[in-house]
Design a protein around this ligand. Structure first.
Ligand code: UD1
Ligand code: CA
Length: 482
């Protein structure tokens, strides 16, 4: 149910200079989703009456992502005055008419903050009935964070930023996580008073806390129990740390839902991947994008699947796949490369050192070894011989190959597309199939083999090969001569 008294402001306007990146910080990926996407998704779970996201740096790119992920979110443009305080000051102008409730402010660069922590923060604020409740954490290494300065009575007095802190203040290990709930009236009163007179020349949102205390308003700090959820991402070291935490969380979710993950540390699973019960994931596996794996499948070791669908009880071993659909009970790999629009039917096989692309390989059909199959359709229960190449490219255009059902093609064939091999046809080893093969025919394109007897002994006399041949021939002529 929508909480009519809760609005959420997400801060995403900063440049993220410490990332040293062309991509805005809040669009850097964590488990296949931009950081900002995680925060938007968590915000949605709180069912606020409105979510406002403040943008400025790479405004259009960030706004586009917001519209894709969470179209109901209101995009707010920050002006040239920098700072988190300015961001909130501008955002509250766009709150729904007559809004009189609480505002939860969170940052797009704190992507692990979860629903439970934020729901607890909101309810702590409501039961304390103060003007502001901030989420604090005690960190072993507080470097980079704003420190919470308490007065002698133990109450929160103000927040001092790392860059403005005295040596004594830098010793404080209690930090501001950047997540707060404010009563809207408190923001309306205090934000206009904030100045940019600090070492960063910014309007700090954190200054609201000190101002509220000066006005004898009640400010409460709620200490987070799991400090992992409040880690901010400011540089790529922290990005990797956050990614590892997010991954551990995702893996645990799947394990508790019945997925065997043999080695959580070498397994990376994107946020939106769907895995059924009794799937087994072997070490060194990455499951990315919108990959979906059905019950009983075994994936890995050393497999990367992006946007793939893997059917029940399929086995995919040492494979790299993108946008491939693998049927029930099918097997893939080891060392297969599945390119987009590969479709393998139930009980089919794409074997060792096989590359496939834009091909539909039917029920029970097999491409077991050393092949390239592109722009091809294979019927049911056909077997493609080892070392078969579909020559789909004539240097100008791509062409299609059609292989019927129950075909048995020989080893080391070239299917020079466009070409069709009829149902039940065979091809001989080494055939270059340039013309269509009618159903049930045997196609052979190679010249008949000619043996020039005695060639080695004549042309390479005295070699080891000649001696071996001589010996074999003598034995053949007189088998008792041992
Ligand atoms: C901020 C807090 C700090 C806290 C830390 C927690 C302030 C002044 N400081 O510091 O006390 O410990 O978060 O992670 O708030 N942003 C805007 N507009 C701006 C500037 C920033 O929207 O003008 C956004 C950024 O995109 C980012 C968030 O606000 O998502 C925080 O900004 P950042 O510059 O990373 O603040 P910190 O220095 O980390
Ligand atoms: Ca930050």
């Amino acid at each position: 149910m929508v909480d009519q008294n809760l609005a959420i402001i997400i801060l995403a306007a900063g440049e993220g200079t410490r990332m040293k990146s062309r991509l805005p910080k809040v669009l850097h990926n964590l488990a296949g989703v931009p950081m900002l996407g995680h925060v938007l998704a968590t915000a949605k779970l709180l069912e606020p009456v409105a979510t406002l996201t403040v943008v400025r740096h790479e405004r259009d790119l960030v706004a586009r992502t917001i519209n894709e992920i969470s179209p109901e979110t209101i995009v707010i443009d920050q002006d040239e005055i920098p700072g988190t305080g300015r961001a909130v000051e501008i955002a509250i102008e766009s709150l729904p008419e007559g809004f009189g409730g609480e505002v939860l402010v969170i940052s797009a660069d704190v992507p692990l903050l979860d629903f439970n922590t934020l729901a607890e923060l909101v309810s702590a604020h409501r039961s304390a009935a103060g003007s502001a409740t901030l989420l604090s954490a005690v960190l072993e290494n507080a470097t980079g964070y704003g420190r919470i300065i308490r007065s002698s009575d133990g109450l929160v007095d103000r927040i001092v930023e790392q860059k403005d802190a005295s040596p004594a203040e830098l010793e404080v290990t209690e930090i501001n996580t950047g997540s707060y709930v404010f009563s809207i009236s408190a923001l309306r009163t205090e934000l206009p008073k904030i100045t940019t007179s600090n070492n960063q020349g910014e309007k700090y949102l954190t200054d609201v806390i000190g101002l509220l205390r000066k006005d004898s308003e009640k400010v409460v700090a709620l200490e987070v129990s799991d400090v992992g959820v409040v880690s901010g991402v400011n540089d790529r070291v922290q990005l990797a740390e956050a990614a590892a935490r997010m991954n551990a969380k995702i893996i645990r979710r799947h394990q508790l839902a019945g997925v065997t993950i043999v080695d959580p540390l070498s397994t990376w699973i994107d946020f939106d991947v769907v895995i059924a019960e009794d799937v087994e994931i072997l070490p060194g596996t990455q499951l990315k994008g919108a990959t979906k794996i059905e019950r009983g499948a075994i994936i890995g070791p050393d497999t990367t699947l992006t946007d793939c669908e893997i059917g029940e009880n399929a086995i995919v071993k040492r494979t790299d796949g993108t946008l491939a659909v693998i049927g029930k009970g099918a097997t893939v790999g080891p060392f297969a490369y599945l390119r987009p629009n590969t479709i393998l039917g139930d009980e089919g096989k794409i074997g060792t050192f096989v590359e496939t692309k834009n091909s539909n390989i039917g029920f029970g059909s097999k491409v077991p070894h050393l092949s390239y199959i592109g722009d091809t359709e294979v019927g049911v229960k056909s077997n493609i011989g080892a070392g078969t190449i579909t020559a789909n490219y004539d240097g100008v255009e791509k062409h299609h190959t059609k292989v019927g059902s129950h075909v048995r093609s020989g080893s080391h064939n070239v299917f020079a597309a466009p070409v069709t091999i009829g149902d039940g046809a065979y091809t001989g080893a080494g055939t270059v199939v340039r013309k269509d093969v009618p159903p049930g025919a045997l196609a052979i394109s190679v010249a008949p083999q000619r043996n020039m007897e005695g060639w080695v002994e004549q042309k390479r006399p005295g070699t080891a090969a000649a001696k071996a041949a001589e010996q074999a021939n003598a034995q053949h002529e007189n088998p008792h001569n041992k």
